[in-house]
Design a protein around this ligand. Structure first.
Ligand code: ZN
Length: 136
């Protein structure tokens, strides 16, 4: 595929990727919606502003980017070639924050499901994971 994006378009794409409403999150959201569950998005009152919150069921679904949250997969194990220190620090800080947030949420009685970005590629498994969690 030819890369005919202008610099400005590319910049906009990168910004979009970093934004909260990432594609994997949209996919998970649509599954939850299809299953008939009501949810809130990015609840500011909760630790880490969780992506998908189901207050009635006391359940939370987090969608984690493999690179940013250092998943144990191909994408998560990538080490950036430039500005290594900067990126690594940023990523490790994410992981620390994830742990803290999880602890806080669990202490508050929330059940939390973490969905990794790379799982999105297997829609059937993904849907079953979400179902198992929500119907539990
Ligand atoms: Zn992954």
């Amino acid at each position: 595929m030819a890369d005919n994006l202008t610099a400005e378009q590319r910049k906009r794409n990168m910004t979009a990727i970093k934004s909260r409403h990432t594609k994997p999150e949209m996919i998970v959201r649509s599954i939850v919606h299809r299953l008939g569950f009501r949810f809130r998005l990015h609840d500011k009152k909760l630790a880490g502003k969780p992506d998908i919150v189901l207050p009635k069921h006391k359940k939370i679904i987090l969608v984690h980017g493999c690179f940013w949250h250092i998943h144990d997969c191909k994408r998560g194990n990538v080490t950036p070639k430039t500005n290594v220190d900067y990126w690594q620090k940023k990523r490790f800080r994410n992981v620390e924050r994830d742990k803290e947030n999880l602890r806080t949420l669990k202490n508050q009685g929330w059940k939390v499901l973490v969905i990794w970005e790379c799982r999105i590629k297997k829609p059937l498994e993904l849907e079953n994971t979400v179902k198992d969690f929500l119907y539990d």
